[in-house]
Design a binder for this molecule. Structure first.
Ligand code: SF4
Length: 103
């Protein structure tokens, strides 16, 4: 009886572990490394003045193509905007595309 109960528990654990592992693999979100690079070039004060929840969200908006001008981030200075523009000219996103955006 004990062996029977133990085998059901181990079998259930293996099946559920496999299902959870498969779901974690299939549902994982892989963030574009360009987002992190852009975030480091932004002012980092997370003021929300750009209309996004913070600098990382703004960087995501740039990579997604939703942001049309870097100057939407008003606290950024000319040097930061130029650095972002240069990065975008030289670094493709995950799809291999270069993002064309105005300063
Ligand atoms: S306006 Fe600039 S500093 Fe403020 S949250 Fe947006 S990206 Fe960050």
């Amino acid at each position: 009886m004990f062996i029977y109960a133990l085998s059901i528990m181990v079998g259930s654990g293996l099946v559920l572990g496999f299902i959870l592992g498969f779901a974690a693999f299939k549902l994982q979100v892989i963030e574009d490394p360009l987002v992190e690079q852009l975030t480091t070039l932004l002012p980092g004060i997370n003021c929300g003045g750009c209309g996004y929840a913070g600098c990382e969200a703004f960087a995501n908006g740039i990579v997604d193509g939703d942001v049309k001008k870097i100057s939407q981030c008003r606290p950024s200075n000319d040097e930061q905007r130029s650095s972002i523009s240069e990065l975008l000219k030289n670094t493709p996103n995950q799809k291999g595309e270069f993002i064309d955006i105005k300063i």
